[in-house]
Design a binder for this molecule. Structure first.
Ligand SMILES: Nc1nc2c(c(=O)[nH]1)N[C@H]1C(S)=C(S)[C@@H](COP(=O)(O)O)O[C@H]1N2
Ligand SMILES: [Mo]
Length: 387
């Protein structure tokens, strides 16, 4: 019968306070050319996001004006930490695979690193991106390296009663549920079927550097195709359970509430944030002499077409640059704007996928019937001032 493992805490060398001591190391980095021209100048957006309501949870976002490389350098990659940014001693760290498995495993970092190494280039977006006026840069693309999870689950042998795989972080928070206060780990789960996907990695490297502390060192889950929240950092425990896991980040937070029409009535349906949705956004406006250009990105599906609308004009097809893109990454695009008249302009983009689905407009019922800010994949409009 499955044994229940008590999580090891001794590898935690610091808790949430660790964030204050974080030093963001600048990764040595060489990136390929990007839709960029000689001597061009970036025009800052007129609609800068306001100060973050919880800067300690989201201490860093991408500044879209700096969107000039396909790969986001580590020191520009956004950060989200709901229970702080713990520092973990990699020597003492262990990963436990337990619960409804026939052979529980305890893996060291060394053992994980000697297993087959895979790399995936994946654009990670927080499900809260564009859901708030102060959050539009919780997205970035990195080359993640690690070992595939599936063979490890195979080795542990999932018991026939196991239906859910829970990924626990080493970060612990206090949660109040009704009138009970409990300490709980940041955790997310997937069905056994989803967890067995060959795309999932136990990741220890980001853009050729050891995974930075703030991004989940020594090991995080990388779940290409999912929203950021599924990519559990500071991974300490993988547990197979015989019932649905309903922790805060599955069942209360990162829950989309959407009203749906059922027999003429509006009924709200709550769903857990899961796979990333089709989306695009204008990235930056540049000027080379009098020639303006709009550069942006599209992601979250099989990108077939990107169009841009300036002010109340008609949709114009943008040029998609697929030179560095792969399945799980954003696709950069650009549109030459020539010489716009001075004054303030709005820029909106929309992406269409290979099946003809279009990124919804902000007044589409898919968006307006949504009562929460998660999974905000509506069309993004930015404002720019031309002088
Ligand atoms: N252990 C742990 N993992 C976590 C989180 C967290 O707070 N704790 N935040 C999640 C969320 S909401 C996002 S969007 C991504 C952000 O990853 P990054 O900080 O490397 O950009 O990590 C996810 N993994
Ligand atoms: Mo997130």
């Amino acid at each position: 019968m499955p044994r229940i493992h008590v999580p090891r805490r001794e590898f935690l060398i610091s808790g949430s306070a660790a964030f204050a001591a974080l030093t963001f190391t600048s990764a040595s980095f060489s990136a390929k050319a990007f839709p960029m021209r000689q001597g061009e100048e970036v025009i800052p957006w007129a609609d800068q996001p306001g100060p973050h309501a919880r800067p300690q949870v989201v201490p860093r976002q991408l500044r879209w004006e700096e969107f000039d490389t396909f790969i986001t350098p580590n020191d520009r990659f956004f950060l989200v930490g709901h229970y702080g940014f713990p520092g973990i001693d990699p020597q003492a760290w262990r990963l436990n695979v337990s619960g409804y498995v026939t052979k529980p495993l305890t893996l060291t970092l060394g053992e994980i690193k000697t297993r087959p190494r895979h790399e995936v280039v994946y654009t990670m977006e927080c499900a809260g991106n564009h859901g708030f006026p102060f959050m539009n840069g919780v997205i970035g693309t990195a080359k993640w390296a690690g070992t595939p999870l599936a063979p490890i689950l195979e080795e542990a042998g999932i018991h026939h009663r196991g239906i859910e795989v829970v990924f626990y972080g080493a970060d612990i928070g206090e949660e109040k549920i009704r009138d009970v206060s409990v300490r709980t780990a940041f955790a997310r789960s997937m069905s056994v079927e989803e967890a067995k996907s060959s795309d999932l990695l136990l990741c220890y490297e980001m853009n050729g550097q050891p995974l930075p502390q703030e991004n989940g060192a020594p090991v995080r889950l990388i779940a290409p195709g999912w929203y950021g929240v599924a990519n559990v950092k500071w991974l300490s425990r993988i547990e197979v359970r015989d019932s649905r896991y309903m922790g805060r980040f599955m069942g209360r937070d990162y829950v989309t509430v959407r009203e749906e029409e059922v027999s003429g009535q509006k009924i709200a349906v709550e769903t857990s944030v899961g796979r990333v949705l089709l989306k695009s956004a204008p990235g930056r406006v540049t000027r080379q002499g009098g020639d303006y250009r709009i550069v942006g990105a599209a992601w979250g599906g099989e990108v077939a077409k990107v169009e841009v609308k300036i002010d109340a004009g008609s949709w114009q097809a943008a040029t998609i640059d697929r030179s560095e893109a792969s399945d799980f990454t954003w696709k950069p695009w650009h549109l030459d704007w020539s010489t716009p008249p001075p004054g303030e302009h709005t820029i909106t983009s929309r992406v269409t996928d290979a099946a003809g689905r279009v990124q919804p407009a902000m007044d589409d019922p898919l968006i307006t019937n949504k009562r929460t800010y998660w999974e905000s994949n509506g069309q993004v409009t930015r404002r720019v001032r031309v002088t």
